[in-house]
Design a protein. Structure first.
Length: 257
């Protein structure tokens, strides 16, 4: 079935899982981060960016109709009210209205599902989640990334979670064996814009241009799963970029390396 096909690729033991299991320890070893800031496709706010300011992070099971065990998943991490305040301050200074939230939401599945695979439980460093802007505007999100890029020099790792293909209108799109050629061409354009641009300006411009690809709207009938890449691109505007995983529907890149 469609779901079975999807699960083979994204489920336990599948290629996405195997990549994440290696990628997390690699990031911890290479960068030895003091904290992680994460942007997820699953948390949008309008007008004001929200930043979680918790001593201990809770989980938000933001999915419906799944087996009971999906609501019993646990993964522990702590927040950092101090880092949350710093993020709010940087965003406000750069004309992005922002505020901390102290209750009412936990880490969504766009964070705790991959992070449970990537990192230790409990996570040994603080983790702060930040919302994306519901405008879903690429340039705006590049600017949001640039607004917080100074955190990187303080040892903070910025992670943006999304997918390069996310559609429930064409199930064949998820699987490389069944996806139309247009999806693959769209993903090639993403990789080219990251790996072959000669400057940061060109790279950011080319990344925005992929939204004009004829298959962009087929891959993303709504664009929230693609937008987080622009935060990462903006935050990594002072360095090179590289595609580190070319898996169909889940291309992963590092910026500012």
């Amino acid at each position: 079935s469609n779901i079975t096909q999807r699960f083979k690729i994204g489920g336990p033991g599948g290629p996405h899982y195997q990549f994440l299991r290696q990628f997390g320890p690699f990031l911890m070893q290479k960068y030895k981060p003091k904290a992680i800031v994460v942007f997820s496709a699953h948390w949008e706010t309008a007008g004001t960016i929200e930043v979680m300011s918790y001593e201990k992070n809770e989980l938000f099971y933001d999915y419906y109709g799944f087996p009971k065990e999906m609501y019993e998943i646990t993964w522990q991490s702590r927040g950092s009210p101090e880092l949350a305040e710093k993020i709010v301050d940087l965003l406000n200074k750069n004309n992005f209205p922002a505020k901390t939230i102290k209750k009412g939401r936990g880490l969504d599945h766009g964070v705790f599902i991959p992070f449970k695979i990537m990192f230790s439980d409990p996570l040994e460093i603080p983790l702060v989640e930040v919302s994306i802007d519901s405008s879903l505007d690429p340039e705006k999100h590049i600017a949001i990334g640039k607004a917080i890029d100074s955190l990187r020099s303080e040892g903070v790792l910025i992670i943006s979670g999304g997918l390069t293909i996310h559609t429930f209108q064409d199930w064949s799109a998820w699987n490389p064996d069944t996806a139309a050629e247009g999806y693959k061409d769209f993903e090639r354009q993403i990789k080219t814009s990251i790996d072959e641009s000669k400057s940061v300006e060109e790279r950011n411009k080319e990344l925005v241009a992929v939204t004009k690809h004829p298959f962009f709207r087929k891959a993303h009938p709504r664009t929230e799963h693609f937008i987080p890449i622009y935060v990462a691109a903006g935050a990594g505007s002072d360095g090179k970029a590289k595609v580190v995983c070319s898996l169909h529907s889940a291309i992963t890149a590092m910026f500012g390396i």
